[in-house]
Write a protein that binds this ligand. Sequence first.
Ligand code: SF4
Length: 525
Amino acid sequence: MTKVCDNSTHWSTLEELQSVGIDSNSATGAAIHDSRGSGRVGLHNGKCMAATMVRNLLIFANRRAYGAVMSRKARAADLFDQPNCAKNRAKSEEERKLGCSRQLSPGAAAGGCAFDGAKIALQPVADVAHLVHGPIACEGNSWDNRQAASSGPTLYRTGFTTDINEFDVIYGGERRLFRSVREIIEKYNPPAVFVYQTCVTALIGDDIDAVCKQASVEFSKPVIPVHAPGFAGSKNLGNKLGGEALLNYVIGTREPAYTTPTDINVIGEYNLSGELWQVKPLLDELGIRLLSCITGDGRYSDIASAHRARANMVVCSKSMVHVATKMQERYGIPYLECSFYGIGDTSNALRQIASLLVQRGASGKLLDSTERLIQAQEERAWERIATYRARLEGKRALLITGGVKSWSVVAALQEAGLEIIGTSVKKSTKEDKERIKGILGQDALMFDNMTAREMYKLLHDAKADIMLSGGRSQFIALKALMPWLDVNQERHHPYAGYEGIVELIREIERTIYNPVWQQVRIPAP
Ligand code: SF4
């Protein structure tokens, strides 16, 4: 992790603040008086003056924070307003007003904060510097916690933080932020710097918009403010606020060198463990050009010219569907939602995108070549899955897949000979649930939320052979001495497209037959 500002001098002159575009009457500095009439800003020696200053600072910070929260409420409502979302449409007017976020229950783990969500969504943009304006712990909390891979630049994996301290809380951290941006640009010369607001810097009223604006002018480089302090809401809201920063400051700011009738953007794909690279060869073979991926293995200039695509494909609709809907409104780019998990879903995604591109002016031959590709790839995938059938026949799996569409994985697991004893449907739509019933039967065990105790009992009683889930439930499986495979965002293996589902089956086979399970099940002497 790189701490980009080691400046320990916290005295600022009014001229210095003004030189970076910060109005000392409106920024945090407003509470700090020009104590000696010399243009030097700092603490008075007298105790009463110091007390007055701190009181002023708190009043000011409260006003700024309150105003920010209020406006963010309106923004959050806008971000969650998705008239095309099937789940949203099925809700009553009252339920829609409550939004999509789950109410937190006391004692339950709440997951990441909004800042964490924004960082996760934007960090895969590989060639830009991601600068966190806040205490060092915020960056430590969110740094590199997913396996988003890059085919080139590695700057995105360097953690930059202004590492603000108590002095910055009193005097304001804007000057430190400006210096940090300058230091990053001088040392690394990235195409852009993303500046993330955090709880503390939002509460003290640091105006990151003004600093980013001034830094952009001074260094002739885009410096993008990302307004998603942790207290703004959930991680999912943070994903959306990250997308909003792209919409407001990046997309549409550059023109691509050339365009083709088959240019597409893939939105909400984060190239976890290289999953984009399992899908891109299929698009390449069909002559479909990936103009930009938002944001997996992303490049700043590609995303800046994404507004020239002919169609958008939304992979993770929960995090970024609003980017697609807003691009449709602003640039007239139609979008479709699809999944690349499972053989059937991958084929459907390819069919849908080919058909949309043909409607948008691509050659009709694309449809035929897509069908040929699907046939060849499906045959190859089923053939490779069949090689595992003998060893997986009759094995029982419990599926808690989170973001991965349960039913699309269920079909492939069954084809490999696995018996599915239950699946989570927490993020599934009504249609998804019907499909699962179609595959597993009307009595299929589907659950929305399950406590750790219930999960342990299910694993124990159902005598499952493997559990597929995210990292949070791994310890329940391990306690039940149950083989467990990570299928969530922290996974180390890519599971997308035809190649990915074969990889998943291979990993299941390796996990179930790992000799460690026999060892741990031997009773202690
Ligand atoms: S909740 Fe606030 S302080 Fe905590 S990591 Fe998120 S932004 Fe930082």
